[in-house]
Ligand binder design. Structure first.
Ligand code: RFL
Ligand code: PHB
Length: 396
């Protein structure tokens, strides 16, 4: 099998790239290690920046998002027993975010790609990528035997544990990493969201986040120690702990609406960047090149930003034969990546309580949060980063 662009991984990055290439008249083949049901059910992100919303529309798969997605005009910060709202449009040039689950975005992209796109092969696991002159080959396992896909270009959209990044020789590759001394316990509950926007809470018991999937389904997170077993958190204990962490001094009766918990999992927190994001005819996009802790809601949006830049670079190459945008791909993306890395680190370390945290560190966190509440400049810095910074370059 041959493709102009071989794409490894059918997460948001790989699927969106395949659709954007299709719209630009460029053929691709997507190889995905898992089966369709697994990929469609994986619970992950929920917040889309404007560039992600626009890209989903441009891909042709934005119709259901436009019907069912919920526009959010701000977030609430809770700390020191009080609440403060960060108003996005007022602070960030009228911009907003959209709440639409990654699971739904992935379902929409898969349905469209299978209906009218190039091949999307499930249960096709890439083992490695080899380059020989202008030809790149993906070696993959499917139907119990090793097969090959030859390509002009290969894009590794195979997530943090993928194989594509091994195509960058060790002496040219740099990895930057930070791990955090806490994890998130995430639940889905058949309970109406507590508030019509997201609540990010700092408390002396640890961080908590109230998000949503629909008018009847809540997505809630609690900071827990690394290595936590979800089985140690029966449902009542989770609800009690959420109520304590979201507690408001001026409204002690304030409580979450409880409902059946339908999913429970623990996610570790890590920051990681692999540079450069291209070697020869192999390019990396999304979690394959960089991951962030989820506190800034940036992972999915960075994946979308990468493939938007990449789809434009391939379209230009097809139209003019120039590789200039492919040549600057890594540099262009890394500028946004490092901004998001910093913001995610800032949100994470400002809102979580580290295991050995001193009272001094807690005072610093509360002072920073109070500054966001008191200063338009400090709030605007948070709002601009949350809705997505504007940078010079193709994404504006
Ligand atoms: P994905 O979604 O990990 O998709 C990669 C795909 O590649 C496949 N794959 C392979 N296929 C073929 N051959 C191989 N050798 C392969 N190796 C892997 C995988 O099966 C998979 O289908 O990466 P992508 O497309 O770059 O998208 C990035 C986003 O998924 C990610 O940034 C966010 O979901 C991060 N993230 C979250 N972000 C948020 O903003 N809010 C969240 O609440 C949130 N929760 C999460 C998350 C990431 C998680 N991971 C990666 C562990 C929760 C989790 C558990
Ligand atoms: C989510 O809805 O899953 C979500 C929202 C915002 C975050 C992280 C996760 O920062």
């Amino acid at each position: 099998m041959h493709a102009t662009v071989g794409i490894i991984g059918a997460g948001p990055a790989g699927l969106l790239l395949a659709r954007l290439l299709h719209q630009a008249g460029i053929d691709s083949v997507v190889l995905e290690a898992r089966d369709r049901a697994y990929v469609e059910q994986r619970q992950r992100a929920g917040i889309l920046e404007q560039i992600t919303v626009d890209a989903l529309r441009a891909s042709g798969a934005g119709e259901r998002m436009d019907r069912e997605g919920i526009v959010h005009h701000g977030i609430e910060l809770r700390f020191d027993g009080r609440s403060h709202r960060v108003d996005f449009p007022a602070l960030a040039d009228g911009r907003n975010v959209m709440v639409y689950a990654q699971t739904e975005m992935v379902k929409d992209l898969i349905a469209l790609q299978l209906a009218e796109g190039g091949p999307l092969l499930f249960e096709a696991e890439a083992r490695g990528v080899s380059q020989d002159g202008d030809r790149v080959t993906v070696h993959y396992d499917r139907d119990g035997r090793e097969q090959t896909l030859t390509c002009d270009w290969v894009v590794g959209c195979d997530g943090f544990h993928g194989v594509a990044k091994d195509a960058i020789p060790e002496d040219l590759r740099r990895d930057y990493e930070r791990t955090y001394p806490y994890s998130w316990l995430g639940i889905l509950a058949d309970a109406p969201p507590v508030y019509d926007e997201l609540i990010y809470a700092h408390s002396d018991r640890g961080f908590a986040l109230a998000s949503m999937r629909s008018a009847t389904v809540s997505r809630l997170y609690l900071q827990v120690p690394n290595g936590t077993d979800p089985a140690d958190w029966p449902d009542e204990k989770i609800w009690d702990e959420l109520d304590r962490r979201f507690a408001l001094a001026e409204d002690p009766a304030w409580k979450l609406t409880r409902g059946p918990i339908t999913a429970k999992s623990v996610l570790p927190m890590r920051s990681h960047v692999t540079e450069p994001m291209r070697h020869g005819r192999v390019l990396l996009a999304g979690d394959a090149a960089h991951i962030v802790p989820p506190t800034g809601a940036k992972g999915l949006n960075l994946a979308a930003a990468d493939v938007i830049v990449l789809a434009r670079a391939f379209a230009r190459y097809r139209q003019t034969g120039s590789t200039d945008l492919l040549d600057t791909y890594s540099k262009t993306c890394l500028e946004r990546v490092w901004r998001a890395e910093h913001f995610s680190y800032f949100m994470t370390t400002t809102l979580h309580v580290a295991p050995e945290q001193s009272p001094f560190d807690t005072r610093l966190q509360l002072s920073q949060l109070a500054r966001v509440a008191a200063s338009r400049h400090a709030a605007a810095e948070l709002a601009e980063n949350y809705v997505g910074v504007r940078l010079d370059g193709p994404l504006g």
